[in-house]
Design a protein around this ligand. Structure first.
Ligand code: NAD
Length: 490
């Protein structure tokens, strides 16, 4: 059994405490690795190393930083299949999806590296004579990154690649359920030529290691992806020390099916959106809002196809849906089934821990109908294969229901009617809207993130990612040779 140490100052190094945790395959419950937990001294060591790394890396010209990232993208491409298989073992989702997860890391690497030769500031006019004005982008310093388990390589990569091209150094803590793909990503970056100290990895529970990262005075910004509850706590703590914080939190994503929709297309979209990644995506479709005129027909089609989805080990080609990540997630999903029934929703299919010949954490793909918009199963993020169907009479009611949650990440509408499509684009409160496509499927050159309880205004990916990891400076160059006073000299 391989035991993984912490990664500090370019070396795999023993933790100062004797604590470890097991990394478990959620399909077979086999232990696949043992991981050392960081102690307080290790957090200080990692930040010291990142401060040293920052000195070197921030002085490296951005196109040279980009060369390292391009090389990492090449290595990732060569090792894609091996990494995807490891991810399926560690996290459970099916191979097609873990291949997609690695591909996202490759895509963001190539996209971010391209910014090494762009990272544009602006030049603009001055209200005074013989004065030149421009903006430049500067790195922030040491960034603390805290990531969840559902996209074990894509989410760390979405943060790491833009932060690196912008010249920052990093201390990252991956989720304890899925540390291996962050380890692999960092090994690949080192192989590609990243100097020691620029990236450091710590492992351990959020309550201890994550909190220490948030509180460390030499970490200048926190980039967090995870639940709303943790995000709120991090934001309030960062407020106390004026630390910059970017948050990517949960979702309760609606998908509207109008009466004129192509129902076959919508069906495929709902199955993929709701049960892909076993419903464990921040962008998962968790509420389907059905026009009353197609409700019965669409519901029948959906239940029939959902019951055909095959649960199993994600490494097998016949598997449609893998396990959920761990026992506490499984218990939470079970709890929501009881809540839904108690609230008066009607269980159409699923609702049980799956009885298959694997010891892991499998839950049946589940659909509730007659769900009212204010029920807890329509309001709270379940993060599992549980879908709520809500019926509406027209587009205005559909949009009202779509907006009736505290989250605002992704949304979708299936319709052939251009007016309804544009109403949805304009009026749904979310960071992403898809027309005739499900709530999942983000591409790395567009901004990713949401409104309301989903975040605090930052976006990842696209050009926004460079903004997340840089400070902008305004520069004034006066070549008049005399004191000129803005707003006063006419
Ligand atoms: P979580 O908030 O429990 O944990 C996320 C990370 O934060 C983990 O590394 C954890 O160890 C750490 N953590 C926990 N408590 C902490 C604390 N007090 N201080 C510092 N760190 C702490 O979330 P999770 O269960 O791992 O992930 C699922 C959640 O992530 C869902 O809500 C999902 O919607 C969200 N998510 C959002 C996005 C997005 O981009 N918007 C993407 C994926 C997942």
């Amino acid at each position: 059994m391989q035991e993984y140490k912490l990664f500090i100052d370019g070396e795999w190094t023993n933790s100062s405490i004797k604590d470890t945790f097991d990394d478990i395959d959620p399909a077979t419950l086999e232990t696949i690795a043992t991981i050392q937990v960081a102690g307080r001294d290790d957090i200080d060591r990692a930040v010291e190393s990142a401060l040293k790394g920052f000195k070197v890396w921030s002085e490296t010209p951005p196109p040279k930083r980009a060369d390292v990232i391009y090389k990492a993208a090449d290595i990732l491409t060569k090792r894609k299949e091996e990494l995807a298989r490891l991810m399926t073992k560690e996290m459970g989702k099916v191979l097609d999806e873990t291949r997609g997860d690695v591909q996202e890391a490759i895509d963001i690497a190539i996209y971010a590296a391209g910014e090494g030769r762009r990272m544009f500031g602006e030049t603009t006019t001055s209200e005074l004579r013989d004065k030149f004005c421009m903006t430049i982008l500067r790195p922030i310093g040491v960034i603390g990154m805290i990531t969840p388990w559902n996209f074990p390589m894509a989410i760390p990569a979405w943060k790491i690649m833009p932060a690196l091209v912008a010249g920052n150094s990093i201390v990252i803590k991956p989720a304890t359920d899925t540390p291996l793909l962050t380890i692999k990503l960092v090994e690949i970056l080192m192989e590609a030529g990243l100097p020691p100290g620029v990236i450091n990895i710590l492992f351990g529970p959020g309550q201890i290691v994550g909190q220490s990262i948030v509180h460390h005075p030499d970490i200048k910004a926190i980039s967090f992806t995870g639940s709303l509850e943790t995000g709120k706590w991090i934001m309030s703590e960062c407020g106390k020390s004026m630390k910059r914080v970017s948050l990517e939190l949960g979702g309760k994503n609606p998908l509207i099916v109008m009466d004129d929709a192509d129902l076959e297309l919508a069906l495929e979209g709902v199955l993929w959106g709701a049960f892909g990644t076993t419903g464990q995506r921040c962008t998962a479709t968790s509420r389907v809002i059905l026009h009353k005129d197609i409700k019965d027909e669409f519901t029948n089609m959906l239940v029939e196809m959902t019951e055909k989805l095959k649960l199993g080990n994600g490494l097998l080609p016949e598997t449609d849906v893998g396990p959920v990540i761990n026992k506490s997630q499984l218990d939470m999903i079970k709890g929501y089934i009881d809540i839904g029934k108690d609230e008066g929703a009607k269980l159409l299919t699923g609702g049980n821990v799956a009885d298959i010949d694997l010891p892991g954490y499998f839950f049946e793909s589940t659909i509730f109908t007659d769900v009212k918009p204010d029920m807890r199963i329509a309001q709270e993020e379940i993060f599992g294969p549980v879908l709520s169907l809500i019926t509406v009479s027209d587009i205005d009611e559909a949009i009202e229901v779509a907006n009736n949650t505290r989250y605002g990440l992704s949304s979708a509408i299936y319709t052939e009617n251009i007016t309804d499509a544009f109403k949805a684009i304009k009026k749904i409160d979310s960071g992403i809207t898809y027309v005739n496509a499900p709530t999942i499927g983000a591409e790395v050159h567009l901004p990713f993130g949401g409104v309301k309880g989903t975040g605090n205004g930052f976006r990842e990916a696209g050009l926004e990612a460079i903004r997340e990891f840089t400070e902008v400076k305004a520069v004034y160059i006066d070549y008049s040779g005399r004191l000129q006073k803005a707003q006063i000299d006419q």
